[in-house]
Design a protein around this ligand. Structure first.
Ligand code: SF4
Ligand code: SF4
Length: 168
């Protein structure tokens, strides 16, 4: 567990060294020069992104998924049988606690991703959220519920979570 947390700090430290070029990288990834033109603001947002990355253990929780927070006595198989139900309301919580540098908001206040469906985005874990009750708890998602193993979610519609981050 300590090794996993160290991994987060190590990667955050490395990325911290690259912080001055973060606006340029964000510009390229989002194909939006606004990150570069508003350099100072982008830098502040990138620093916030990095802080949240550590807070949410963005790296280690997927490396050690299921081991880090698994309650005593729970088996891997039982975790896999959990059923997730709900529909995303675009609150933005799961976007690094609303600190992701690519997070945008619609005029109605719904979260949108500025790199949604790009090849870079597809490498991230964003499209898989939430995968379990642990994920739901981590970002305090108000819209999904985990139905424990053995309790069928009768009458509840299961929404594919892969489509929840649509930028439109
Ligand atoms: S979906 Fe987009 S805005 Fe949300 S965390 Fe992922 S990259 Fe950031
Ligand atoms: S999945 Fe949950 S936490 Fe993420 S934006 Fe939707 S409602 Fe918010």
């Amino acid at each position: 567990m300590k090794a996993a947390v160290s991994l987060d700090w190590l990667l955050a430290g490395f990325m911290g060294l690259l912080l001055p070029i973060a606006p340029l990288v964000a510009s390229i990834l989002a194909r939006d020069s606004a990150y570069l033109w508003d350099y100072r603001r982008s830098l502040v947002k990138s620093a916030g992104h990095l802080r949240s990355q550590v807070r949410s253990r963005a790296f280690s929780r997927y490396v050690l998924y299921g081991r880090l927070h698994k309650p005593v006595g729970e088996t891997e198989r039982e975790t896999e049988r959990e059923t997730l139900v709900g529909e995303c309301t675009h609150c933005g919580n799961c976007c690094m606690h609303r600190s992701c540098v690519f997070l945008d908001w619609s005029p109605e206040g719904a979260s949108r991703c500025r790199i949604y469906n790009s090849s870079f985005w597809k490498q991230l874990a964003c499209g898989r959220y939430p995968e379990s009750s642990l994920d739901i708890a981590l970002y305090d998602c108000p819209s999904f519920t985990a139905v424990p193993p053995g309790k069928p979610a009768a009458g509840v519609q299961v929404i594919p979570v892969v489509a929840i981050h649509d930028r439109e």
